[in-house]
Design a protein around this ligand. Structure first.
Ligand SMILES: Cc1cc2nc3c(=O)[nH]c(=O)nc-3n(C[C@H](O)[C@H](O)[C@H](O)COP(=O)(O)OP(=O)(O)OC[C@H]3O[C@@H](n4cnc5c(N)ncnc54)[C@H](O)[C@@H]3O)c2cc1C
Length: 454
C-alpha cells in the first residue's frame, strides 16, 4: 500500500471538522488549518444565538462515530443548542478527545494556495502536482503540501456592507464606531452598548430577525430601547418565513414571533430603505438613502448591519476556480440555491460532483460553498464532505450517492400549493434541477421556478 493521501482542510468549523472525520474514516490524512486560536472560531462569535435546527441536524455521522468511541454522552436529538452549546457539547470534544486532535492546527491562517511548480497558467501535468498551502501561525509564513484541499473557511469574517449596491455606503468606514456586523449579543455581552438606545437593524434574514427580537426583549427591560427594522424590499412579510409549515419548527417560530412583534408595533419598520449614506449627526448616526441629503433617512444611536456574507476568495486566486457570477458559488450549485429563483429556500442535497472545480482535487464546502446565498444548513455541509471525502478516496459510487433528505422551509406553502403538487411538500429528485416537486415541474414547463412565495 502507498502512503495515505493528504487532505488540507481550511477551517475548523462544524463542516471542516466533519470533513476531517470523513477523511480519517476513508484512510486519508487530514491536515486541518484554523485561523482562530481555537476551533469553531466563527461559531464562538455567535455563541449566544440559539440554533433553529435541533441537535439531530447538527451532528455529522462520521464525527458521531469518532465521539462514540470516547464514551461521549450525545445530546438530546430534539433539543436546540446555542452556538456555545454546539461548541461545548460537540465541536470541542470532537477536536480534543478523538483521533482528530493531532490533525488540527489552530492559529494557522491560510493566506495562499497553489500547486507545486505550477502557476495558474500552466496546464501539462498540473493535476499530478500536490497543492502548496501557505499559512501564518505567529512564527511567520509556513507551507504544507497536500494531495487535495477542502476549503471550509466559511464566510463569517467577510460580512456584506450596508450599501444597497453591495458597496460600502458612503461614510461607512468613518462611521465604524457606531456599526456592528452580524449578530452582536445585545442581551448579553453587548447589552450596555444597546440598552436604552435607538438601534437600526439592516437586513431581512435570520440574523436580522433574531437581533430585532432580542432588541424588542431588551426594550421590555430598558424601555427607552427602540428597535428599527430597515429592509431593502417592499414586503416585510417575506421575512416571516414558513411559520408552522417550516419543518424546522424553531425556524418557523422565529419568523412567527417576529411577525407578532412587528404587528404590535414593538419594532418600527422602514421598508424599501436602500442605504447609500452614513453620516455623523452629533453623537448619533444619520442613515440615509438616495443621493446625499435627498432621500429618506433615520437618525439612530447604533446600526447593526445583517445583510449577509460573501466568500473571501483572495487566497484561492492562483487556483483554477469557476464561480457563478452573481452568487459566487460553484457553478453547478448555483441553480439549486439561487435566492432569485428558489423562493422556498429548500435545497436538495448535493456533493462532490456539484462542488468539483476545474482544479482537480480542490473543493469548496460548508458555508463558503454557498457563496452569497443565505440558506446554508450544517446538515447540507455534512453531506457535502461525506461525498467529497469519498471522491478523494476514489470511491465514486459513494461520492455520487445521496444520503440525506433535508428539512423543508415551508416558505412556499404560505400563499400557494394546497394541491397535489405540494410546493415544498417534498424535495425534488436529485437528478432534477429543482428545490421541490412544484419547482421542478414548473421548470419542466419552461417557467423560471414555482415562485409560489411571491
Ligand atoms: C448566527 C448564525 C446562526 C446559524 N444557525 C444555524 C442553524 O440553526 N442551523 C444550521 O444548520 N445552520 C446554521 N447557521 C449556518 C451555518 O451552518 C453555520 O454558519 C456554520 O457555522 C457553518 O459552518 P462552516 O464550518 O461551513 O463555517 P464556519 O463555522 O464559519 O467555520 C469556518 C472556520 O474557518 C476559519 N477560517 C476562516 N478563514 C480562514 C483561513 N484563511 N485560514 C484558516 N481558517 C480560516 C474560521 O475561523 C472558522 O473557524 C447559522 C449561521 C449563523 C451565522
Amino acid at each position: 500500500m502507498g502512503e495515505a493521501k493528504t487532505v488540507a482542510i481550511i477551517g475548523a468549523g462544524p463542516v471542516g471538522l466533519a470533513a476531517a472525520a470523513h477523511a480519517l474514516e476513508r484512510g486519508l490524512e487530514p491536515i486541518v488549518l484554523e485561523a482562530g486560536s481555537n476551533i469553531g472560531h466563527s461559531v464562538r462569535q455567535w455563541g449566544h444565538v440559539q440554533l433553529f435546527s435541533p441537535w439531530d441536524y447538527n451532528i455529522d455521522r462520521a464525527a458521531a462515530r469518532l465521539l462514540a468511541a470516547t464514551g461521549w454522552n450525545a445530546p438530546d436529538p430534539e433539543r436546540y443548542p446555542t452556538g456555545n452549546e454546539l461548541l461545548e457539547r460537540y465541536l470541542e470534544p470532537l477536536a480534543t478527545k478523538t483521533a482528530l486532535a493531532t490533525h488540527i492546527h489552530t492559529s494557522s491562517r491560510v493566506t495562499d494556495i497553489s500547486r507545486v511548480g505550477f502557476d495558474k497558467l500552466m496546464t501539462g501535468g498540473r493535476e499530478a502536482a500536490p497543492f502548496e498551502i501557505r499559512y501564518q501561525n505567529g512564527q511567520g509564513a509556513k507551507t504544507v503540501r497536500a494531495d487535495a484541499v477542502i476549503d471550509a473557511s466559511g464566510t463569517w469574517h467577510s460580512p456584506n456592507p450596508a450599501g444597497a449596491n453591495g458597496l460600502r455606503a458612503i461614510g461607512e468606514k468613518q462611521a465604524a464606531e457606531r456599526i456592528a456586523y452580524g449578530m452582536p449579543d445585545v442581551l448579553g455581552k453587548e447589552r450596555a452598548r444597546y440598552a436604552g438606545k435607538t438601534v437600526a437593524v439592516l437586513g431581512a434574514g435570520h440574523s436580522a430577525i433574531g437581533t430585532l427580537i432580542d432588541l424588542a426583549k431588551l426594550a421590555t427591560q430598558q424601555p427607552e430601547t427602540r428597535p428599527i427594522w430597515l429592509l431593502r424590499g417592499n414586503d416585510p412579510a417575506k421575512a416571516f418565513g414558513g411559520g408552522a409549515n417550516d419543518k424546522l419548527a424553531a425556524r418557523g417560530e422565529l419568523g412567527a414571533a417576529f411577525a407578532a412583534l412587528v404587528a404590535a408595533d414593538r419594532i418600527k419598520v422602514k421598508s424599501e430603505f436602500r442605504v447609500s449614506h452614513l453620516a455623523p449627526d452629533g453623537p448619533r448616526l444619520n442613515v440615509g438613502t438616495g443621493a446625499a441629503g435627498c432621500g429618506r433617512h433615520v437618525v439612530v444611536d447604533e446600526l447593526i448591519v445583517a445583510t449577509g456574507f460573501r466568500p473571501d476568495l483572495d487566497f484561492v486566486r492562483e487556483l483554477r476556480i469557476a464561480l457563478d457570477p452573481s452568487i459566487e458559488c460553484p457553478v453547478a450549485l448555483a441553480p439549486l440555491i439561487d435566492p432569485n429563483e428558489h423562493s422556498c429556500g429548500t435545497v436538495r442535497p448535493h456533493g462532490a460532483r456539484e462542488l468539483a472545480q476545474a482544479e482537480p482535487g480542490f473543493y469548496f464546502a460548508g458555508m463558503k460553498s454557498y457563496g452569497r446565498a443565505p440558506t446554508f444548513l450544517m446538515l447540507t455541509g455534512y453531506e457535502q464532505v461525506r461525498s467529497i471525502a469519498a471522491a478523494i478516496a476514489g470511491d465514486r459510487a459513494a461520492a455520487e450517492r445521496v444520503e440525506l433528505v433535508l428539512p423543508e422551509t415551508g416558505a412556499c406553502n404560505r400563499s400557494a400549493a394546497s394541491d397535489a403538487d405540494q410546493c415544498c411538500g417534498g424535495p425534488a429528485l436529485s437528478a432534477v434541477d429543482g428545490c421541490c416537486v412544484a419547482d421542478a415541474n414548473a421548470k419542466q414547463q419552461g417557467k423560471t421556478g414555482c415562485g409560489c412565495a411571491s
